[in-house]
Design a binder for this molecule. Structure first.
Ligand code: BGC
Ligand code: BGC
Length: 592
């Protein structure tokens, strides 16, 4: 990897730069720093109008020219606009690069965090953080809305795969490793979603008549953004614990969570945001709201603004209407409903992060970085992550490994040759999609490359040529989803997938099942039909990482980051320990 000179970012320098700016800023300029619109909501020419401190590209907001050059150009326009404002304060541009720079066509797509959890490999996760940072910096992005430190409790949640696993210590360790990797390269981490996102209960999401943005993606939204109803000791042990290692590692930002704790939305909780996070835990960076989340506090904008700013939020992601937010916060300061000192504290925190990242000296990166995006070196690390993330749940009758001596290999299932399904949500678009959406190798491509002389037959519908193969490899996948769109009442396999498995079973001597999913699915009806079962999670663009282990060049080492439940009544997993139910495969399971 090339090294690039880094600007000086010492705490002492920060204080001088930041305090002198604060003295010169008008209230409007201070409030501007506290706003983060989405790129679809603001054009570069309006950056100066509001003196905005940040812009994000949300999950559906990739630039029209979606490649490295297109991203770099588009972000540069916003950055340059900020450098033309009165005080020339650079904005900080953010995106959800939650498994690589995943919305940028051509970037390497890593496994989602659930797969990284299965690797148990903190050094690997740190390298992934560093590579993600380098691919972002090539596009002038300095802020990643990652890592996600949630500790998911209910596998029906649509965000299970964004967390590393159900053990708070694992989430804490891997989250801190990722934070170190990102920030060592000069990209700010954002530990999210603070706090309790993984603990919301089915059916507790409040439907608010004045908030309807989330219904756009469809889905059930039954858990996501809901309520966590546990006592404080449990809340701290399960959901707060993973934040300590990332904050110790110097995480520069934290995102507040949509969920509530015992009925109070985190965005309005001064106790959690100010007393606990900034006070007790000593967090020095700034807290950003989640997407329009403050609008869930009240139908009245003024109330939303004073509650959230006074609770300790420093920056607002995409307020419904920018002029309205500015007017409300200005009035609140004038009325004394929000102390000016609170605004100053928020702005001081935001400017300090910008200074620590070197943005004042070097707001734009140089074009030489662009060639690194999606490079062979980066793909090799993703491939390593894939092979370490696969969990072997079952292997009988020597079904695996596959080799040139396996005889005829019959591959079945659309997912075997669909890179979109292999990547899952948060890939190119918010929800992700099936199809040829990013460069890389599908499992079928990878098998053909790894076993060039093997007799491989592919039939998406499972109707194998000649009606027979020695080994069948069936690949099934959950349709991609993100957030509450993926909240799902039942984790039963799709009946079409069960039929596919049965069809192939009837034509082969040995059957290998590979599953792409963001969470454990109920295997009970098909388990007896399979000789081998591999949980591949959402592995991303590097299919060769799968064949590395499926074909025996490397051993399986992945271990389950969640208990693999046997039936729906074993949920939430906390009930598992209470009722003594036995999952299909316990937490930590994985054949080698
Ligand atoms: C999600 C966050 C994400 C943000 C920006 C929200 O809906 O909850 O995880 O960072 O959108 O895309
Ligand atoms: C955006 C996402 C965001 C979501 C929130 C989508 O339109 O692209 O980034 O997380 O809305 O509802």
């Amino acid at each position: 990897m090339q090294t690039h000179e880094k600007p000086s970012t010492s705490p002492a320098d920060a204080k001088v730069v930041v305090e002198s700016l604060l003295e010169q800023m008008t209230l409007a300029e201070k409030i501007g720093q506290m706003i983060q619109p989405d790129s679809t909501q603001i054009e570069p020419e309006d950056v100066a109008t509001y003196a905005v401190g940040s812009v994000l590209s949300g999950g559906n907001s990739a630039p029209a020219a979606n490649d490295v050059q297109g991203w770099a150009n588009r972000v540069r326009e916003y950055m340059q606009a900020s450098l033309q404002t009165r005080l020339k304060i650079p904005l900080i541009y953010a995106a959800d690069c939650v498994h690589g720079h995943n919305n940028c066509h051509g970037a390497v797509v890593f496994p989602h965090n659930i797969g990284l959890g299965a690797t148990r490999d903190a050094l690997l996760v740190e390298r992934i953080g560093a590579i993600t940072a380098r691919e972002m910096l090539a596009c002038n992005l300095h802020w990643n809305f990652a890592p996600c430190l949630s500790v998911p409790q209910d596998l029906r949640w649509g965000r299970i795969y964004e967390g590393f696993g159900s053990d708070p210590a694992l989430a804490g360790q891997l989250g801190a490793a990722y934070t170190r990797g990102l920030q060592a390269e000069g990209v700010a981490a954002c530990a999210k979603h603070f706090v309790g996102d993984g603990g919301a209960e089915w059916g507790t999401r409040r439907r608010l008549s004045w908030v309807d943005f989330w219904e756009q993606g469809g889905g059930s939204w039954m858990i996501d953004q809901g309520d966590v109803n546990v006592d404080e000791a449990t809340f701290r042990a399960v959901h707060l614990a993973p934040y300590y290692p990332s904050i110790d590692a110097g995480a520069l930002t934290v995102m507040a969570s949509f969920n509530s704790w015992r009925g109070l939305k985190v965005h309005a909780s001064r106790y959690l945001l100010t007393d606990v996070l900034k006070g007790e835990m000593g967090f020095q960076g700034f807290i950003v709201s989640d997407w329009m989340a403050i609008h869930q506090l009240s139908p009245d904008m003024y109330t939303c603004v004073i509650q959230s700013v006074n609770a300790g939020l420093d920056m607002m992601m995409y307020p419904l209407d920018i002029p309205g937010f500015i007017a409300a916060l200005t009035t609140a300061v004038e009325n004394g409903d929000v102390p000016l000192a609170r605004v100053d504290d928020a702005v001081r925190r935001i400017l300090t992060v910008k200074q620590r990242l070197g943005l004042f000296e070097q707001p734009l990166t140089d074009d030489s970085r662009m060639s690194e995006v999606g490079s062979a070196a980066h793909r090799a690390v993703a491939r390593e992550a894939v092979r370490k993330s696969l969990v072997l749940l079952k292997n009988e009758n020597a079904a695996l490994p596959l080799g040139h001596d396996s005889g005829r290999i019959g591959v079945a299932g659309q997912a075997a040759d669909d890179i979109g399904l292999q990547c899952g949500g948060w890939t190119i678009t918010w929800q992700g999609s099936s199809g040829d959406i990013v460069p890389g190798e599908t499992l079928l491509d990878a098998l053909r490359q790894t076993l060039p002389d093997a007799d491989i037959d592919y039939a998406a519908d499972g109707q194998l040529a000649g009606g027979h193969a020695d080994v069948g490899v069936v690949v099934i996948a959950e349709a991609p989803y993100a957030e509450g769109v993926g909240d799902c009442e039942s984790l039963a396999l799709d009946p079409a997938d069960i039929a596919l498995i049965e069809r192939v079973r009837a034509q082969v001597d040995r059957l290998v099942l590979v599953i792409y999913s963001g969470r454990p699915l109920l295997l009970e009806p098909v388990e007896p039909l399979c000789d081998a079962i591999v949980a591949a999670w959402l592995p991303g663009s590097e299919g060769l990482g799968m064949t590395d282990v499926l074909c025996g060049d490397y051993p399986f080492t992945g271990r389950l980051p969640h208990a693999w439940i046997a039936s729906m009544d074993q949920l939430p997993v906390t009930a598992l320990s209470r009722n003594g139910a036995v999952p299909s495969y316990p937490y930590g399971f994985g054949l080698t």
